[in-house]
Design a protein around this ligand. Structure first.
Ligand code: FEO
Ligand code: CA
Ligand code: CA
Ligand code: CA
Length: 623
């Protein structure tokens, strides 16, 4: 008998109304369970989470960290009921982490408190399995369970590794560093590894001395670090530099006698092999040094190079593409020496930055020694070798004339068309002085938008268009250019996920913990929406693709609790479980249930957490 023609993919739920409560909301017929909130033990070395904040630094080293963000489910033997869930822990809330918030003794942070904060950052690998009731549990003490923190030894690879830029007392050869910081979005690779993106790492450092340009351009401060970890140090040159390394002032000796280069070992995409518990996380410097939000790869084609796309999340920063020198060999997807495959594709290639033209075309500008920028000078003239260009990625992108964007957050690639999507979360600093440009056309962009493009790794040009403009439903037509309604109004798009069926999941981060600062945030908490997009080039001009003619196709699937952003997207291969993260809730989850839709009956110590969404009938989600 012939194969039946597959039904066209359709969303199978009604769009949710606005919600502002201390709980999650899902459509009828779905469940949402709290899974692995911060402080959940991964093994017996950790004490259970304490409601009063009294867990130790060692507990955090053996538990999930704080402020869950990017995420990916890696199946074991292809399974949809057993796998490795890898989760970023972006930053911390000291008030929730400690009994009474951050403390100081004679102007210094206590070392144990700082160690606990360092261990609450990074990445967790959790071996997870479905139980007899169809819910998910962590396989406690599994050999796969791991934590990477802001102190875990890591390798440096690519053009910056082993250069004078990254030699430190810890690694005089410049081959290693310790820790990964402020891991925001994520990516993954066709060979089964995870990529964690170092975003706001610059704030963890301070340079109380003279700042070179590569430090100024990434925003390293000169008074105190974000958490004042540096104050826990004995003195600036303490040999191990556990905390001294966060003050990167030069002290007059050479680079192996102080921590002047420590910050040059941050700002990268870090590759992790979740399947090999003995593997060492590796910073892939060839993909650039900036506030990486995430990474997404182009559809692999045998015999062609691979592209990886990554946004730099700050106002007026850029979008980057890396193209491998090596061409894709499908057999590499089956290899088990995954970090060697990573070295093949991710350590040698060309980094580009995007220039968007008004007519819907775009150009990838290479950041190589020979690239010509201002006054006819090359990047080699201005910065030097490739290592220096990469350490100064933002400055090199300025020099060649890239297009400043409205805070590029996540990138994702459509599973069959290969179209690339990027969230531009917002930019209220875009004003008459800075001007607009075609891909960022709104002044005072409080709502953000999504741009998409199509390119080919073999080409330096692309075609782009705007997919959707964020707006509240009641805004004027110039703001609400996509004709959004109360059932799909959105602002500050941030997280993105494509599932393999071609459903695009859009998550928002209105930064509500700083107040409800736009009209959407005054009406609803942060959310996740779903849409089934067409392909780039099916409309005239540069968009928006979603306009008042077809806006009903964009549906709200999930709303989070007060003050939390929604971020991170993972799913099982059969689409029956999806995972997302609730980051920085105000008063959630409830203590005595794992039902994420329950409003706590009293004030609770807030816990960022993964939420697992399933259908009550066990079927595939979203359709
Ligand atoms: Fe950590 Fe750009 O969000
Ligand atoms: Ca983000
Ligand atoms: Ca954000
Ligand atoms: Ca965040």
């Amino acid at each position: 008998t012939p194969e039946p023609t597959p039904e066209p993919l359709k969303l199978g739920f009604d769009s949710l109304p606005n919600s502002m409560t201390d709980a999650c909301v899902v459509p009828p017929g779905y469940t949402a369970r709290v899974f692995a909130p911060w402080g959940t033990p991964l093994d017996d070395n950790a004490a259970p989470w304490d409601r009063n904040g009294n867990n130790t630094s060692n507990d955090l080293l053996h538990s999930t960290g704080m402020h869950h963000d990017g995420m990916r489910y890696f199946p074991l033997d292809g399974s949809s009921s057993e796998g490795l869930l890898v989760v970023n822990h972006e930053y911390i809330d000291e008030n929730a982490l400690h009994p009474n918030g951050q403390t100081f003794v004679e102007g210094k942070r206590p070392a144990e408190e700082v160690r606990k904060e360092v261990n609450a950052h990074g990445v967790a690998i959790m071996h997870i399995r479905k139980d007899a009731n169809g819910g998910w549990d962590i396989v406690r003490n599994s050999r796969y369970n791991r934590r990477f923190t802001s102190a875990t030894p890591m390798s440096l690879a690519g053009p910056v590794a082993r250069t004078d830029w990254v030699k430190t007392p810890y690694s005089p050869t410049g081959a290693q560093t310790r820790g990964t910081n402020n891991n925001c979005g994520n990516g993954y690779t066709p060979w089964g590894t995870y990529l964690t993106a170092e975003e706001n790492w610059a704030a963890c450092f301070v340079n109380t001395g003279e700042q070179p340009r590569e430090q100024k351009r990434v925003g390293i401060g000169n008074t105190v670090g974000r958490y004042q970890w540096e104050t826990a140090a004995g003195d600036l040159t303490e040999v191990q530099g556990e905390f001294a390394r966060f003050n990167i002032a030069a002290t007059g000796g050479d680079a192996t006698q102080d921590w002047r280069n420590e910050a040059n070992t941050f700002g990268y995409l870090v590759e992790i092999d979740p399947y090999d518990p003995s593997s060492i996380a590796t910073k892939r410097t060839a993909l650039g040094r900036f506030a990486h939000e995430g990474a997404a790869y182009s559809l692999p084609e045998e015999g062609k190079p691979l592209s990886f796309y990554s946004g730099d999340d700050s106002r007026f920063e850029y979008i980057y593409r890396y193209v491998s020198d090596a061409v894709w060999d499908p057999r590499d997807a089956e290899r088990t020496d995954r970090l060697a495959v990573g070295a093949k594709y991710l350590d040698k290639g060309t980094l580009y930055v995007a220039r968007f033209n008004d007519d819907g075309s775009g150009t990838w500008l290479p950041l190589t020694e020979a690239s010509v920028g201002k006054d006819g000078r090359t990047l080699k003239d201005e910065f030097g070798s490739l290592a220096e260009i990469i350490v100064n990625t933002r400055g090199a992108a300025d020099f060649v004339g890239a297009t400043p964007m409205d805070r590029p957050e996540w990138t994702v690639v459509h599973p069959s068309t290969g179209d690339v999507y990027v969230t531009l979360t917002n930019n209220t600093s875009r004003n008459a002085q800075t001007g607009t440009n075609a891909p960022n056309p709104r002044l005072n962009n409080a709502n953000g938008h999504i741009v998409r493009w199509h390119d080919d790794a073999a080409s330096d040009t692309f075609r782009w268009e705007i997919f959707v403009f964020g707006s509240d439903a009641g805004a004027d037509a110039d703001t609400n250019r996509s004709g959004l309604t109360e059932f799909n109004q959105l602002a500050s798009p941030d997280g993105l996920g494509f599932d393999d069926r071609g459903i695009l999941w859009i998550q928002t981060d209105n930064g509500i913990d700083g107040g409800r600062n736009n009209a959407v945030a005054k009406s609803t908490n942060d959310q996740m929406l779903a849409v089934i997009p067409n392909a780039v080039g099916e409309i005239e001009g540069v968009g928006p693709v979603i306009d008042s003619g077809n806006q009903a196709d964009l549906r709200r699937f999930f709303v989070g609790p007060n003050e939390a952003e929604i971020t991170g997207f993972a799913y099982t291969p059969d689409f029956t479980s999806i995972f997302l993260n609730i980051q920085h809730p105000a008063n959630w989850p409830a203590y005595d249930t794992d039902d994420a839709t329950v409003v706590p009956s009293s004030d609770v110590r807030p816990r960022s957490s993964t939420v697992v969404i399933q259908k009550a009938d066990g079927g595939p989600i979203g359709v």
